[in-house]
Design a protein around this ligand. Structure first.
Ligand SMILES: *Cc1c(COP(=O)(O)O)cnc(C)c1O
Length: 227
């Protein structure tokens, strides 16, 4: 079952999260604008997404291709200027569906997937922007390329396969200081001349915003607990 937060709650939570992002940036001496909020819709129904759209939100993230396919094509017809990011693990055999639906795929993390996405771009005729997920904590169970393998993956994706790589994404380990991981991610992005980092979730988006993250991905703080 997908959870059903009230429309008023969604609008209020969005305003609160946006104001916290601005405050975090200002307190760090950054311009208030510059961190874009991705509203993460996984586990919440279309009505919740519609409520966020009514409150002015246009940038959304989903974890699973199948759930996104069930929710977003209809919403896209109602709200044409939506931007949709895939933030969950992508299996190579779902690359075509992901390329058909998403504007940005944030979770490129292995050569096989880079090749599958390149093939899908050829067959589908859409060219989503891509971000490389980096496993900054080198956790065995987590998706993402190890920092030491990042250069090879970027070389393959950008130079050989001509994919449009725009940045890096990470999910820090639960028990670590997230700021260390966000700083490493920014340094890796700088080294590879990539403009964007996607960092921060409900628990740590203010830290990410204060560090100048370009994108934060927030679900629970906007839509409440997942169903
Ligand atoms: C679910 C998810 C989020 C949002 O998590 P919340 O804690 O609900 O804000 C962000 N990023 C990724 C990759 C996720 O899977």
């Amino acid at each position: 079952m997908l959870a059903k937060p009230s429309e008023a709650d969604v609008a209020g939570n969005l305003a609160e999260v946006n104001s916290r992002i601005r405050a975090a940036r200002l307190s760090a001496g950054l311009a208030p604008e510059g961190t874009r909020l991705i509203a993460v819709g996984k586990g919440h129904d279309s009505a919740a997404m519609r409520a966020a759209c009514a409150a002015g939100q246009r940038l959304f993230g989903e974890n699973r291709v199948q759930e996104a396919e069930a929710k977003w094509p209809a919403l896209r017809a109602e709200v044409p200027d939506l931007e949709l990011h895939l933030i969950g693990r992508l299996q190579s055999n779902k690359a075509e569906a992901a390329v058909a639906l998403f504007d940005v795929i944030e979770t490129l993390d292995r050569p096989k997937l880079a090749r599958a996405i390149a093939a899908a771009i050829g067959s589908v005729g859409r060219r989503p922007r891509l971000m490389v997920q980096v496993n900054t904590g080198e956790e065995p169970q987590k998706g993402g390329v190890r920092p030491r393998d990042l250069a090879d993956l970027i070389a393959l994706a950008r130079d050989e396969l001509d994919l449009d790589i725009v940045g890096l994404m990470c999910i820090p380990p639960h028990d670590d200081d997230p700021a260390l991981h966000f700083a490493l991610l920014r340094e890796l992005a700088r080294r590879h001349e990539l403009p964007l980092i996607s960092a921060g979730m409900s628990a740590d988006y203010e830290i990410a915003a204060a560090m100048g993250a370009d994108l934060v991905r927030v679900g629970t703080a906007i839509f409440g607990p997942r169903g």
